[in-house]
Design a protein around this ligand. Structure first.
Ligand code: FMN
Length: 159
């Protein structure tokens, strides 16, 4: 059985979008359908129907979600929909020079989604822009393991 994955992208200067596009290329293989969607103008209704999502977002300000993610994040906080049919992973982009708020944008999404009953698959990927590694390469490697976990979960759910 194939997977239908939506990658929701929160970005200020395009890095998270680059990561999402790389994942789309690597994961969309006929069996898995992967599409990247910018968070611009989205609200909680994009998640309320359930399914499989990857949140791919950077961090700005005082450990905030990027501007294009604010409407979606805010509508989760205020609307508090039941997300018990949602499975998700998180790719959090940040920079360890912001020691107190490292990758908080992704961590904020992880916290609210789990509070609303969604089930996270795997560990959150934290990428440090100061580490000298390419985020799209690190994310592509991480996503191989993550998608395998998703397949296992789907197979277990269908037996
Ligand atoms: C003004 C500014 C504020 C930032 N604040 C944080 C922060 O609080 N915590 C963090 O981990 N990274 C922070 N970052 C780092 C970015 O999240 C990181 O560079 C990320 O890769 C950018 O991705 P994007 O191009 O998709 O927005 C900040 C970067 C800038 C330019």
């Amino acid at each position: 059985m194939g997977l239908d994955l939506t990658i929701l992208v929160g970005t200020m200067t395009g890095t998270a979008q680059l990561v999402a596009q790389e994942l789309e290329l690597r994961l969309d293989d006929g069996d898995t359908r992967a599409r990247a969607v910018l968070m611009d103008n989205q609200d909680a209704s994009v998640l309320a129907g359930g399914g499989l999502f990857l949140i791919c977002t950077s961090t700005y300000g005082q450990g905030d979600v990027p501007d294009n993610a604010k409407q979606l994040y805010g509508s989760l906080l205020t609307g508090r929909p039941d997300l018990s049919n949602l499975r998700y992973g998180v790719i959090a982009l940040g920079d360890r020079t912001y020691a107190d708020t490292f990758c908080n944008g992704g961590k904020r999404f992880d916290r609210i989604l789990s509070e609303l009953g969604a089930q996270r698959i795997g560990e959150v990927l934290l990428h440090d822009a100061s580490a000298g590694t390419m985020p799209e390469e690190v994310a592509a490697e991480w996503a191989e393991g993550w998608i395998a976990l998703c397949r296992d979960l789907l197979a277990a759910a269908s037996t």
